[in-house]
Design a protein around this ligand. Structure first.
Ligand code: HEC
Length: 105
């Protein structure tokens, strides 16, 4: 594997170890905020987005903290990454709901 690939792999390994700890869990306040965009959002639906994000997005690189990108940046990244990660539309929607909601400090 190339040096760049190895570096990405290394970053991914570090993030799998630390990512589980740092990835925030959604609260009632987060669910309330989410409902302005996703009327049926709940703590449970955000939690399933969190699980899908951790499961589907950590194989190639670090799990970026939600606050690292703006909602607009997440949408743009997801358009590309949904293809790379072979997401179903339901997975994509759940991950987008989680990341966009949790990107707000
Ligand atoms: C098949 C490998 C692969 C998977 C799976 C994958 N990514 Fe990526 N991702 C990459 C690569 C490679 C880059 C960096 C280089 C690039 O932009 O082409 C990247 C870059 C990114 C970036 C930009 C990083 C930055 O801040 O500079 C974001 C955000 C991102 N990915 C999010 C995701 C999300 C969300 C998922 C899950 C839906 C995901 N990725 C799944 C390969 C992947």
């Amino acid at each position: 594997m190339s040096a760049r690939r190895y570096r990405l792999w290394q970053l991914g390994m570090v993030s799998i170890v630390s990512g589980c700890v740092s990835l925030p869990h959604p609260t009632n306040a987060d669910a309330e905020r989410a409902r302005s965009l996703w009327p049926s959002a709940s703590v449970a639906s955000l939690e399933s987005g969190r699980t899908a994000y951790a499961a589907r997005c950590a194989s190639c690189h670090a799990l970026y903290p939600p606050q690292r990108h703006t909602p607009q940046e997440w949408r743009k990244a997801l358009t590309e990454m949904a293809e790379r990660a072979h997401l179903t539309s339901a997975e994509r929607e759940a991950i987008e709901e989680f990341l966009v909601t949790m990107s707000v400090p």
